[in-house]
Write a protein that binds this ligand. Structure first.
Ligand SMILES: N[C@@H](CCC(=O)N[C@@H](CS)C(=O)NCC(=O)O)C(=O)O
Length: 211
């Protein structure tokens, strides 16, 4: 299998899952400026939408959409417990969380990432995103991980996204940074996830700073 990724993007989520599961997956870096791989392949031939992550299966077919890719990967090694069994209520709760992260957090960041173009819309988008993070903070008050005692693919996804809010270089694009400081449960969770070997490995493999 191959994973098409852009460093520090949402594709860090399946990258973490791959390392958690010790899967043999070739990482293919895509340049976000020209949508070409290092070998010169036009990434639009892989994904007409032009975005990562994309998982290439051994038969050459492609699977896109991060929340689906991480579930596919988790189901390759169900005993690792990164996702509850399909068809159970626990699995639907995980999918509820992945959908929340995708639509409310992931896409909630977009106006902030493109703050100069978003203009005044940032004033609407930023408090909304902060409110969602306040909910996550309260949710984590009595949980070690997003879904309870166990690390799941939802934690990998939230970790990749939350890094954007922490990164100093990105904060410079915002009118003001996202206020994570008072979110103690989120901060403790972030520290816990960052300590995991698979997370550290993924961060290093993407050439990111381990600060
Ligand atoms: N719906 C997709 C969105 C993925 C997405 O937004 N990918 C971004 C990085 S986080 C990307 O590749 N952007 C580059 C582009 O769109 O050209 C998913 O959930 O996987």
């Amino acid at each position: 299998m191959k994973l098409y990724y852009m460093p520090a993007s949402c594709s860090l989520s399946p990258h973490i899952v791959i390392n958690e599961l010790a899967l043999d997956v070739e990482m293919i870096k895509v340049d976000h400026t020209n949508h070409k791989t290092e070998a010169g392949l036009d990434f639009y031939d892989v994904n007409p939408h032009g975005y990562v992550p994309v998982l290439e299966l051994d038969d050459g077919s492609h699977l896109s959409e991060g929340p689906v890719i991480v579930q596919y990967l988790a189901d390759l090694k169900p005993d690792a417990g990164l996702a509850p069994a399909a068809g159970t209520m626990e699995r639907y709760k995980l999918q509820e969380m992945l959908s929340f992260l995708s639509t409310e957090i992931h896409k909630g960041f977009i106006p902030l990432l493109y703050a100069r173009l978003a203009g005044n819309y940032v004033e609407t988008a930023k408090p909304k995103l902060e409110k969602r993070y306040q909910w996550i903070n309260a949710h984590l008050a009595d949980r070690t991980f997003l879904m309870g005692d166990r690390f799941t693919v939802a934690d990998a996804y939230l970790f990749a996204l939350t890094g954007w809010g922490q990164a100093a270089w990105l904060k410079s694009y915002y009118r003001a940074g996202i206020h994570f400081d008072e979110l103690d449960h989120l901060a403790a969770w972030y520290g816990r996830v960052k300590q995991r070997d698979a997370v550290k490995k993924s961060i290093i493999e993407e050439g990111l700073a381990l600060n």
